[in-house]
Ligand binder design. Structure first.
Ligand code: ADP
Length: 446
């Protein structure tokens, strides 16, 4: 099933025409209404008349997160406050949030793209959606909520956290679908296993996961642990929230469709900002095409991925790959660029290891060092029948030392860095308690 077949399978030339019309309007609209954009365009020597088609998008200047901060809270709104029907903020936990506003028509678009996404994820009207995304300033909770209602699902607005209650509701209500962060899905899966609840005894069949980077290693654990098909949902407050792109449940692993009738994507070089070709890896940049309260031109997401058209996909819209990470979260270790997702990806295939891991970045010696802490899986832990685990135990144990060496080698081969590996017992690494999880602990002395 496709939610809006006419739009989602629109021939590319027709889609380009629609995007062109919308971009021309959006630029004119912002130039007339938001002093910040007028100033930026004037500085770049561009007038709305220079934008004649979607191909002209690259003439426009970028908008950065700092621009939102500099105009805190409402400086980039294009409508009077009386027309704003909702205000959200980014999920950042420190300092002032990045503020975004929505008109009624923006909320309508938000609901539409989330409904589209949910259908792509395998959800259908009549199903029960357990929404364990955080409600509040963060766009996840209400975004998924409205989209699921739009689709005709029954929404359980449980929000994140209280894992035992999540499981009770899943059992008692017979939830068909769960949405939350991938790290929280792991927490729920683990709690099921701890309580010896067979995932097959639940009605749950779908998990829609996003808000933080994740790889197939986590997908495998979530799918096995919850008995679901898990797909990726991506988005950010500055563009609208979750539902900017979504992976189809029957096209898993081939990327997530970007709803490009509303959000026009580009990939640009991280350093120069030059547009890159299909398939090349760089920073994802979005221009909104239909928003009213706070449209953005060429918003620099900082997220690193690539874009491509999938000729064998069900839809015509462009796909994005998994997000490697945010460019400001990229570590540079002895000259090598490193995202934590690269280490996560290496864990795939190590059936004796869990996907609970953490990277500790240190500089005790002269050089930066990365230590990978990773828990061994429950199955192996049971077989080992030991009570504690340290390097000495690992070195003196054939199977553990083999895993240790194999992981170190695969990391070296795939990433190009030698990392210290520390195998830990299950439960040793902090878990998501409902929201995004920080995988990197940087203890370098400056
Ligand atoms: P904050 O910047 O405070 O986290 P948001 O809650 O709007 O604000 O989060 C948006 C960011 O979350 C994205 O820019 C991206 O880095 C990350 N994100 C969201 N969905 C995904 C996803 N499916 N995969 C990877 N990263 C994601």
């Amino acid at each position: 099933m496709i939610y809006q077949p006419e739009i989602e399978t629109m021939p590319i030339n027709k889609l380009r025409k629609l995007q062109s019309e919308r971009l021309i309007e959006q630029v004119k609209y912002l130039y007339e209404r938001v002093p910040f954009y007028r100033m930026r365009l004037d500085e770049a020597g561009i007038t709305p008349a220079d934008i004649r088609s979607i191909n002209d998008v690259s003439k426009l200047p970028f908008t950065y997160k700092t621009d939102l901060r500099d105009n805190y809270p409402f400086g980039l709104f294009a409508v009077p406050q009386s027309e704003i029907s909702r205000i959200h903020g980014s999920s950042g936990t420190t300092g002032k949030p990045t503020v975004v506003g929505y008109t009624k028509s923006d909320i309508d678009i938000f609901s539409e793209v989330v409904a589209r996404s949910l259908v792509a994820a395998g959800c259908r009207p009549g199903m029960i959606m357990q929404n364990a995304y955080g409600y509040g300033l963060f766009t996840g909770g209400l975004g998924l909520h409205y989209g699921a209602e739009r689709l005709g699902m029954s929404v359980v607005p449980v929000s994140g956290g209280m894992t035992e209650r999540q499981i009770m509701l899943m059992q008692d209500f017979g939830s068909d679908a769960l949405c939350c962060t991938p790290s929280y899905a792991l927490t729920i899966a683990e709690e099921l296993s701890r309580r010896d609840i067979d995932p097959q005894s639940l009605k749950l069949k779908l998990a829609i996961l996003g808000a933080e980077p994740w790889t197939d290693s986590v997908r495998d654990d979530v799918e096995r642990g919850l008995g679901v098909t898990a797909t990726n949902i991506y988005g950010l407050s500055e563009i609208i929230g979750p539902g900017v792109s979504q992976e189809d449940h029957e096209e898993k692993g081939t990327g997530s469709y970007i709803w490009e009738d509303h959000f026009y994507p580009e990939i640009v070089d991280r350093k120069t900002g030059e547009p890159l070709a299909e398939g090349e890896e760089g920073v994802l940049v979005f221009t909104t095409l239909t928003k009213k309260a706070m449209p953005v031109l060429r918003y620099w997401t900082n997220d690193i991925t690539s874009l491509y058209y999938d000729k064998s996909g069900k839809r015509t819209h462009i796909k994005m790959g998994q997000i490697l990470g945010r460019s400001d979260d990229m570590l540079i270790i002895r000259g090598v660029n490193l995202f934590h997702t690269q280490v996560e990806a290496v864990l795939e295939g190590f059936i004796d290891l869990s996907s609970n891991y953490q990277l500790i970045v240190k500089n005790e010696g002269k050089m930066d060092e990365v230590e990978v802490k990773v828990e061994i899986g429950n199955e192996l832990w049971r077989q080992l029948a030991i009570t504690s685990l340290d390097n000495e135990v690992v070195q003196n144990h054939d199977r553990l030392s083999l895993i240790h060496r194999a992981l170190q080698k695969k990391i070296k081969d795939n990433i190009g860095l030698t990392m210290n590996i520390q195998l830990l017992n299950p439960g040793a690494i902090p878990r998501s308690e409902g929201g995004k999880l920080n995988r990197i602990v940087d203890v370098r002395k400056k």
